[in-house]
Design a protein around this ligand. Structure first.
Ligand code: N01
Length: 596
């Protein structure tokens, strides 16, 4: 059975029983909106809410049967967020913050999906969303100065603004393994998991990949399966989550001054708050480093990277944390050969750091086996398993935890055509190009929420989404104030921004490895560091300046008046000072000073 077949069958079954599945509906032809939004994940939901708040008409199209985006599709066992739940949530509504209760430090996927549904209902967004509908094409009509949107359900509507809320990690990567169709058992992808769940009891299961999705699911699949074989191409650093239930007292303390926490988060390079030790690791003694790493390990999670200030800038400093993490793996995993295979040799935190509950411990179970496919890749599938280096591993089911065509994969699925017939896929062939990551020259009135060239995946996603949406909606309202037709980046500004994005990325060690940040997880993709690594507040400050300067770097066309300063409606709350106590790559690059 092929991957697609297994997933589609399960998807169809679950969608049939899903309450959010829409009844057959007639196609919508000729309707005109102020904006069409593609996607009803957190980005699409918030965009819709803000558009409606400012009196814009909008239609949202969503390929899934419900809201939630990433959290709608990624239902694999153990899926949960690794940003603390009290911060991985919308910050725009104090009432929402006060009334919603997160149950755990790191929220599990079903709870995050419930939250997305709650937001959709609370803000009456659902009637404006068409589910089970995939946008297939978006074409700019230069005469009418609007976008024509087509869907796989036959809808043909037009809108002044076309807004992509398609997510950064949504297009599943299904490597074309040889003879995959010969395999008799089901093949699942973590990013398109069956809604009814999967029971692996008494099955021989294979997991391909050792990124975040694999690391979360492996310990749980191991509890069910009769045998579990993990096919590892690159060993991964992972830090324990130490997840726990949140007590009412803890929630009460945070809620007593939620705005203060939100403000502190917005001022940080990551867009979320955690204690950060500015001292360089290379200035500490070996004993100090050991103590600091041990304490940070005991706190767990992504904040582990905040143990010292120079860890992502200085290779010698990074070597110290990498060695500490390898030592932990060797302490946990009893079989020395397996432990060595699990020890990464690349820069710590270069690929996205993983956060786990019992990942390395799972390899101590007698029925869990690790197969190295770094030098001898998966050769082929057979009817009964997977062959590596001439050895067949017998399997009943396979889980592809093989990740995504990150940042641009979802754009590639839609035929997007701008001015003069320019295809976005053509323009982005050598890597995505967008001014501030929000808009691309040649594509008027076309916005990309958390698009490439913005902090997006390097910041807490929901904060990054909110900042983008607030900025974009203020921009759209400004065009309405002016009576303008279109807004589009100037080529020169876009080129300068891309140059800056590239320049800043070189300051960080994160640009040095073959990660999905640079598209290197999939053969043939251009190798470009896609997110903006300069730091969230630095980026926000730049967006604010561009707006204050009358959308500097954009050309506004067809305005009745053109000298009216933009009104700051939604973006006021982003005008926050930088947390200068925390090193951001942009600050380092600008000062041109060594970090130690
Ligand atoms: O995907 P990944 P993911 N043969 O790309 C391997 C977010 N996320 O779904 O490293 C063999 O990280 C690939 O190997 P390599 C988070 O941002 C967050 O796990 O390319 N192996 C790698 O090991 C995360 O980073 C959360 O050499 C192949 C794995 O598959 C991002 O999503 C949870 C292969 C893919 O790992 C993506 O995570 C989950 C092949 N042909 C995800 N092709 C949380 O919030 C690929 N691989 C906790």
């Amino acid at each position: 059975m092929t991957i697609t077949g297994a997933i589609n069958l399960d998807e169809k079954r679950s969608m049939a029983s899903s309450t959010s599945r829409q009844e057959e509906r007639s196609k919508e032809v000729g309707a005109v909106f102020d904006a069409v939004v593609v996607g009803a994940g957190f980005a699409g939901l918030y965009m819709l809410h803000r558009l409606r708040g400012l009196g814009f008409t909008a239609r949202v199209y969503e390929a899934g049967g419900g809201v939630g985006g990433t959290w709608y599709w990624n239902r694999y066992p153990g899926a949960r967020c690794d940003v603390e739940s009290m911060q991985y949530s919308f910050s725009f509504s104090e009432e929402l913050d006060q009334q919603w209760d997160w149950s755990e430090k790191y929220a599990p996927q079903p709870e995050i999906l419930s939250y997305a549904n709650h937001v959709a209902d609370r803000f009456e967004l659902r009637p404006h969303i068409r589910f089970d509908t995939r946008v297939t094409a978006a074409t700019f009509d230069a005469t009418a100065k609007c976008w024509l949107i087509e869907t796989d359900r036959g809808d043909q509507v037009s809108a002044k603004f076309c807004i992509m809320a398609v997510g950064c990690l949504s297009a599943a990567n299904r490597p074309p393994f040889k003879d995959i169709e010969a395999f008799r058992g089901p093949i699942y992808h973590t990013g398109e998991w069956p809604h009814d769940g999967v029971d692996f009891t008494a099955l021989r299961v294979g997991v391909i990949g050792t990124g975040s999705s694999a690391i979360q699911s492996i310990p749980i699949i191991a509890q069910q399966a009769s045998s579990l074989t993990v096919f590892q191409r690159t060993a991964t650093y992972s830090v324990p989550a130490w997840n726990q239930k949140l007590t009412p007292e803890y929630r009460k303390t945070i809620k007593a001054d939620y705005p203060a926490l939100r403000a502190k988060a917005r001022a940080r390079p990551t867009g979320f708050y955690f204690p950060f030790n500015m001292k360089p690791a290379l200035e500490a003694t070996a004993e100090e480093r050991e103590r600091q790493y041990e304490e940070a390990w005991e706190r767990g999670g992504l904040p582990f990277l905040g143990a010292f200030g120079d860890l992502l800038f200085e290779k010698a400093a990074n070597d110290t944390i990498a060695e500490f993490a390898r030592r932990k793996i060797r302490e946990i995993v009893r079989d020395p050969a397996t432990a060595e295979l699990l020890c990464p040799d690349n820069v710590f935190g270069c690929k996205r750091l993983c956060v786990d509950t019992g990942y390395f411990e799972a390899y101590n179970l007698p029925h869990v086996k690790l197969v190295d496919v770094s030098k001898t890749p998966i050769e082929r599938f057979t009817a009964d398993g997977i062959v590596v280096d001439a050895t067949e591993y017998p399997l009943d089911a396979v889980v592809c935890a093989t990740g995504f065509a990150a940042m641009t994969g979802s754009f590639d699925r839609i035929r997007i055509t701008g001015r003069n017939g320019l295809a976005l896929s053509e323009k982005w062939r050598a890597g995505p190009r967008a001014y501030l990551g929000v808009a691309s020259a040649g594509f008027p009135n076309f916005f990309t929420i958390t698009g490439p060239g913005s902090p997006s995946v390097l910041a807490s996603m929901i904060q990054a989404i909110e900042q983008h949406v607030d900025w974009m909606v203020d921009c759209m309202a400004h065009l309405r104030d002016l009576g303008a037709d279109t807004l589009e980046p100037l080529q020169r500004y876009e080129d300068e921004w891309i140059e800056h994005v590239n320049e800043v990325s070189k300051v960080s060690l994160r640009s040095t490895c073959s990660s999905w940040y640079v598209g290197a997880n999939i053969p043939g993709r251009p190798r470009v560091f896609m997110p903006y690594i300069g730091g969230f507040p630095v980026y926000v400050q730049k967006c604010n300046e561009v707006m204050s300067n009358g959308f500097e770097g954009f050309v506004i066309d067809g305005a009745d008046i053109n000298n009216e300063a933009p009104k700051v409606r939604l973006t006021e709350r982003w005008r926050v000072p930088l947390d200068i106590d925390v090193i951001s790559p942009a600050a380092v690059a600008a000062r041109r000073v060594p970090v130690v």
